[in-house]
Design a protein around this ligand. Structure first.
Ligand SMILES: [Zn+2]
Ligand SMILES: [Zn+2]
Length: 274
């Protein structure tokens, strides 16, 4: 079955450049989001970012039509991953019962806080808990994969896309580290494609912030752990912070990642199912 993933955003929650960092010479990236387009023409969205408006335009131009989203899936309650939901309210798209798949903790958070709560009570969004159930839409199934990540508001999941019951693509934009998730190697190896957290390359890249308090695996650690998997799994490094030189042609970390067989995400990257 033909299934395509489209990387709509390859940046961290604040995008790149972030507010106040224009002119720093970083690669332009919108906040993390991936669309899955199925053979039946169904369009699913993983995370609804603050950059959703332009990302949806891009999806429409790629598909050659303005797509009706068949479902949106939210990984967790950090702003880069759900703030675009405001565009489904009556001031904008005014969707009707758009299926919103998320862990129970995310649904509880949205239901308890405005402006998200009104989107649910007005039935713009139809919340569906995905913790223990697989969602099947347009011939593909989506499974939530819980992972450890700063949980100020909600828990966090990644999403596994299964085609004909086989794991195809893993979307895992945020995790605190690989050591705290013992299933990391097996889960990544199980998939043909894994789009994973590559927020930071160095603990020094944001001099005014303590990156030990903003836990993410460093790209060098990711390379060391998973390089041997890249022959059979296409590992796509994404959710890249504005301070991270990964992807810049003259950056050593870009060379290291590419030499080790990793793919560096870009906005607009198309990943067809082979
Ligand atoms: Zn994030
Ligand atoms: Zn997060």
């Amino acid at each position: 079955m033909t299934v395509t993933a489209l990387i709509l955003g390859s940046g961290q929650d604040g995008g790149s450049p972030q507010v106040g960092t224009w002119g720093d010479g970083g690669i332009e990236r919108s906040a993390s989001s991936v669309a899955i387009i199925t053979q039946d023409g169904a369009a699913l969205l993983f995370d609804v970012s603050p950059d959703f408006r332009m990302q949806y335009q891009f999806l429409a131009s790629y598909m050659g039509e303005v797509p009706a989203l068949d479902g949106v899936f939210i990984t967790h309650g950090h702003m880069g991953h759900y703030a675009g939901l405001v565009h489904f309210g009556m001031e904008a798209a005014a969707t009707e019962s758009l299926p919103l798949f998320a862990p129970r903790s995310v649904l509880d958070y949205l239901s308890a806080n405005e402006p998200w709560a009104t989107l649910i009570t007005d039935k713009r969004l139809a919340p569906i808990e995905i913790d223990d159930a697989t969602a099947t839409i347009g011939g593909v199934s989506v499974l939530a994969v819980p992972v450890p990540h700063r949980g100020e508001y909600t828990g966090t999941v990644g999403f596994s896309v299964l085609v004909h019951g086989r794991p195809w693509l893993l979307y895992l934009p945020d995790i605190d580290g690989w050591d705290v998730w013992p299933a990391a190697i097996d889960t990544i190896a199980d998939h043909d494609v894994a789009i994973i957290d590559a927020t930071f390359s160095s603990l020094d890249e944001l001099p005014h912030r303590d990156l030990l308090a903003i836990k993410h695996p460093l790209v060098s650690d990711t390379i060391a752990r998973f390089a041997h998997l890249t022959k059979t799994t296409s590992i796509v490094l994404s959710h890249i912070n504005h301070s991270n030189p990964l992807g810049k042609a003259d950056a050593a970390i870009t060379q290291q990642a590419e030499d080790a067989g990793f793919v560096i995400a870009r906005d607009g990257m198309v990943i067809p199912r082979a």
